[in-house]
Design a protein around this ligand. Structure first.
Ligand code: AMP
Length: 362
C-alpha cells in the first residue's frame, strides 16, 4: 500500500483515488487522505451492487463516488478531490511517446451511438476518418481504464476492434478511440437479419472470425473475461471483431460479478473467479450457440436462478434449430465442466476451418 500513500502525497484531507485491490484482485479499494493519514476502504460487491458499509448500495463506481462526495456518511471525510494520478500524467506521456496519444482538437464528436457501462460511446471524426469514441468522464473510473488501454496498444489482429488512439485530458477524462464498426453489435445484427437473410456460410464465418481473434489472445496470454455476442461488433464489410477486450479485463470484474453475465461465465470463474483462456472457451461455446440461434438469449425458459445449479450438474443447452451437428459438437466440448479438458482456441479454429473446407455446415 505504500504506493497509494505515495500517490496521495502531499496529504490533503479529502484527496482520494480508486485502485484495484491487492488482496482481492478484481475488486476496488477507495483510498482517502485524511488528517495526514491514508484510509483504505474496500469496495464490496454484493448481490450485484457495490457497497462500502453494507448499508448504502450503488449501481456503479461513479454513483458511489458521487454519494461520498456529498457526504462522508461514515468515511473519515467526504471525498473532495480525485487525485489526478501520477499514473494519468505518466500514461499521457507514455501514450505520447508510443504514438498513441491523439490530438483532442482534431477529434469531432458527432453523436451518441451507444451506452457503455462507464460512459457514452460516440461516433466521431478524426482527421476525416469515421471513428468510435468511448468517453469516460469520471476521473476515478478513468484510472481503472488506463492500464487496460495500454494493453490494447499491444494487441493487433484483424478480428479485434482496433484501437486508434487515446486522449487523456487534464481533468481526467479519457477518450478511447477505435475503428468504427458500422453494423453494430453481432447480437443485434443476428436478431435483425435472422435466418432468412443469414445462411450457414455467414454463421460459420462469424464463428471463425471470433475464434481467430481468441486464438490470438490465447497465444498472447490475454484473457477476455466477457466474451459474448453483445461484445462482438460487425464491420461495414461483414467482418466480426471482438471488442472491449482491453476494457473488460479489470473494469468488468466489478460488473462481472454484478450484472453478471452468469449465462456466459464458466462455472469455475463464477465459483472462484478463476478466469483463464479456458473460461473464455466456455463463453465462446455460448457465443456459438447465440450465433446459431440468431441472437437468442441463452438457456431460454430456465429461470436465471436455476442456471448455475443445473450447469454445475452437467446440464447443457440443446442444439439451436438447424444447427449443424458438427458445430453443436464443438459447443458441447466448450462446455466441459473440467477446464483442463476443454479444447484450445487453436483446436477450435482448426476444426471450424475443416468444417468450412468440407462444407459440413450445409
Ligand atoms: P460497449 O460499451 O462496448 O458495450 O458499447 C455499447 C454500444 O456502443 C455497442 O453495443 C455498440 O452498439 C456501440 N459501439 C461500441 N463500440 C463501437 C464501435 N467501435 N463501432 C460502432 N459502434 C460501437
Amino acid at each position: 500500500l505504500p504506493q497509494a500513500e505515495r500517490l496521495l502525497y502531499p496529504p490533503e484531507t479529502g484527496l482520494f483515488l480508486v485502485r484495484e485491490s491487492t488482496n482481492y484482485p478484481g475488486d476496488y479499494t477507495l483510498c482517502v487522505s485524511c488528517d495526514g493519514k491514508v484510509e483504505h476502504y474496500r469496495i464490496i460487491y454484493h448481490n450485484g451492487k457495490l457497497t462500502i458499509d453494507e448499508e448504502e448500495y450503488f449501481e456503479n463506481l461513479m454513483q458511489l463516488v458521487e454519494h461520498y462526495t456529498k457526504d462522508a456518511d461514515g468515511l473519515c471525510t467526504r471525498l473532495i478531490k480525485p487525485k489526478l494520478m501520477e499514473g494519468t500524467v505518466a500514461a499521457q506521456d507514455e501514450f505520447s511517446r508510443s504514438g498513441w496519444a491523439l490530438n483532442r482538437k482534431e477529434l469531432k464528436l458527432i453523436q451518441a451511438i451507444g451506452k457503455g457501462e462507464f460512459g457514452d460511446v460516440m461516433v466521431g471524426d478524426y482527421r476525416g476518418t469515421k471513428v468510435a469514441v468511448k468517453c469516460i468522464k469520471n476521473d476515478a473510473t478513468a484510472q481503472a481504464f488506463i492500464a487496460e488501454a495500454s494493453v490494447m496498444t499491444q494487441l493487433r489482429h484483424n478480428n479485434l476492434v482496433q484501437l486508434l488512439g487515446v486522449i487523456v485530458e487534464e481533468r481526467g477524462s479519457l477518450y478511447i478511440v477505435t475503428e468504427y464498426m458500422a453494423k453494430g453489435s453481432l447480437v443485434d445484427y443476428l436478431r435483425s437479419r435472422g435466418r432468412t437473410v443469414l445462411g450457414g456460410d455467414c454463421l460459420l464465418k462469424f464463428s471463425l472470425d471470433v475464434c481467430e481473434a481468441m486464438e490470438y489472445l490465447e497465444a498472447n496470454n490475454f484473457v477476455h473475461r466477457d466474451l459474448a455476442a453483445r461484445n462482438v461488433l460487425v464491420s461495414d464489410d461483414n467482418i466480426a471483431k471482438v471488442s472491449d477486450f482491453g476494457l473488460t479485463k479489470e473494469a468488468s470484474s466489478i460488473q462481472d460479478t454484478a450484472k453478471l453475465p452468469v449465462k456466459w461465465t464458466s462455472p469455475e470463474a463464477l465459483r472462484e473467479k478463476r478466469f483463464s483462456t479456458k473460461s473464455d472457451v466456455w463463453s465462446y461455446g455460448i457465443l456459438l450457440w447465440e450465433i446459431y440461434s440468431f441472437g437468442r438469449v441463452p438457456y431460454p425458459r430456465i429461470p436465471l436462478k436455476e442456471v448455475v445449479p443445473r450447469v454445475e450438474k452437467g446440464y447443457k443447452m440443446d442444439a439451436p434449430d438447424g444447427c449443424p451437428p458438427v458445430v453443436y459438437d464443438l459447443m458441447k466440448q466448450c462446455w466441459t465442466l473440467d477446464p483442463v479438458v476443454r479444447p484450445s482456441f487453436r483446436m477450435l479454429r482448426e476444426k471450424l476451418q475443416h468444417i468450412r473446407a468440407k462444407e459440413l455446415y450445409l
